[in-house]
Design a protein around this ligand. Structure first.
Ligand SMILES: Cc1cc2nc3c(=O)[nH]c(=O)nc-3n(C[C@H](O)[C@H](O)[C@H](O)COP(=O)(O)OP(=O)(O)OC[C@H]3O[C@@H](n4cnc5c(N)ncnc54)[C@H](O)[C@@H]3O)c2cc1C
Length: 383
């Protein structure tokens, strides 16, 4: 990104290194992982060794102390891999689950968990959504009751990424005295380790896309969590979740943007080769103008994304801008995929085409991690 007002030489080097790694080690294998329904642990370990899993974390734990713009690079480049399932496996770990632990953890917890998180030895998951509460976090029903030396968790979490293969689960539970069925903001976060008695997986869930990411139901049945695994302040978890959702939304926007950019590139290549009515498809004005239009929209989204990331890196409050990024990019990637698949013709409907997978993978981008309508409410509140 030479001459960028946002990126330094260090950022550019990071992007190049990441792109090389993805081309060499992800793209050739991604299809196999889609079929297997998971991204192998060795890949995450390898990414840990290369320093990709701790870019924002302190050096003392193995991180590289970069900024929000570096996070955006990570998410964009993973999105460009064309394997959304792989991308989200990594990004949930680096930017949606582990930040809860890092931001709220005490010294003992950070010392205990961060080195393994950054090296990829332990993979994290974030468990907020439930069968009856997704967008409306205050309606969760999982309950934690205080007991001697810790807390007893009861409840079910739904659609949890890294739910089967993860090791450390950041779990939101109600700790207030209100009825477990009502909306309330009295929530506490807990670290639940794989293998804890009373904690199990429901079925691995089958999805439309993101096949190389595992998604599961989690069940807490009188699960004892010791006091040392309480994350942050008791009863203040709701506000911590909302704060950490900012990073999650920025990252999902960046991933969507990377996917959209790559889809346009693939489609331009395709229509410059494919012939119909005596010339290549690119010669049809309707096609090249639509692609030019989408390219402009992607560029506009990118500028908003970089601006929001820059604001965040300067410590400026930017809930409105981040919500715009998530809403805009989540919708845009779907419009882009629709057109790109259209211009691939019948081939774009075939499993062997890359665009077919990208279309399926993109659909969740306007739903998960803050649906478009919820994001627009965040914007509207600030208008
Ligand atoms: C593949 C996948 C992976 C996921 N991974 C995780 C994870 O790792 N951890 C986790 O905790 N959760 C995860 N989720 C959950 C995800 O974040 C939720 O599905 C999402 O927040 C929407 O919640 P919901 O499904 O309950 O939809 P609902 O809240 O029931 O909403 C349904 C739809 O209604 C609309 N809507 C909602 N609220 C409003 C409103 N106020 N105004 C107007 N319209 C509205 C939106 O269009 C929304 O899509 C995952 C989901 C999927 C599908």
């Amino acid at each position: 990104m030479k001459n960028s007002i946002y990126f330094s030489e260090e950022h550019d080097m990071f992007r190049e290194q990441l792109r090389r790694f993805i081309e060499a080690e992800i793209v050739p294998n991604g299809e196999k992982w889609e079929e297997e329904g998971t991204t192998p642990r060795e890949v995450l370990r390898r990414m840990g060794e290369l320093g990709f899993l701790g870019i924002r974390y302190p050096e003392v734990y193995g991180g590289s102390e970069m900024d929000t713009l570096a996070t955006v690079i990570l998410a964009e480049e993973l999105g460009r891999s064309t394997f959304g399932g792989f991308a989200v496996t990594v990004l949930v770990h680096t930017d949606m689950a582990s930040p809860h632990l890092f931001n709220a953890g005490n010294k003992e917890q950070l010392d205990r968990f961060m080195p393994d998180i950054i090296s990829g030895k332990k993979i994290t998951a974030i468990a907020v959504t439930e069968p009856g509460a997704g967008s409306d976090v205050a309606s969760i029903r999982t309950k934690a009751t205080q007991t001697k030396g810790g807390w007893i968790l009861n409840g079910t979490k739904m659609f949890i990424t890294n739910g089967i293969y993860g090791d450390l689960f950041v779990v939101a539970a109600k700790t207030g005295s209100t009825s477990s069925t009502s909306r309330s903001y009295i929530v506490t976060m807990f670290i639940v380790e794989k293998g804890t008695k009373g904690f199990s997986n429901g079925q691995k869930l089958n999805k439309m896309g993101w096949h190389s990411s595992d998604t599961a139901e989690l069940i807490f049945d009188n699960c004892f969590v010791p006091d040392k695994n309480v994350l942050g302040e008791v009863n203040q978890g709701f506000y911590a979740i909302m704060r950490n959702f900012q990073n999650e939304r920025l990252v999902l926007g960046a991933q969507a943007l990377g996917e959209a950019q790559k889809a346009i590139e693939l489609t331009v290549d395709y229509v410059k080769e494919r012939k119909a009515f005596n010339s290549v498809l690119w010669d049809k004005q309707a096609i090249r103008q639509r692609l030019a239009q989408r390219a402009g929209e992607v560029e506009a989204g990118r500028q908003l994304l970089y601006y929001a990331a820059w604001l965040d890196s300067q410590g400026v409050k930017c809930i409105k801008e981040v919500s715009m990024v998530k809403a805009y990019c989540g919708e845009l990637v779907n419009r882009v995929m629709y057109d790109c698949q259209q211009f691939h013709g019948g081939f774009g409907y075939m499993k062997e085409s890359t665009i077919e997978r990208m279309v399926r993978d993109a659909r969740i981008q306007s739903i998960g991690g803050g649906a478009t309508e919820v994001m627009l409410e965040e914007v509207a509140k600030r208008m």
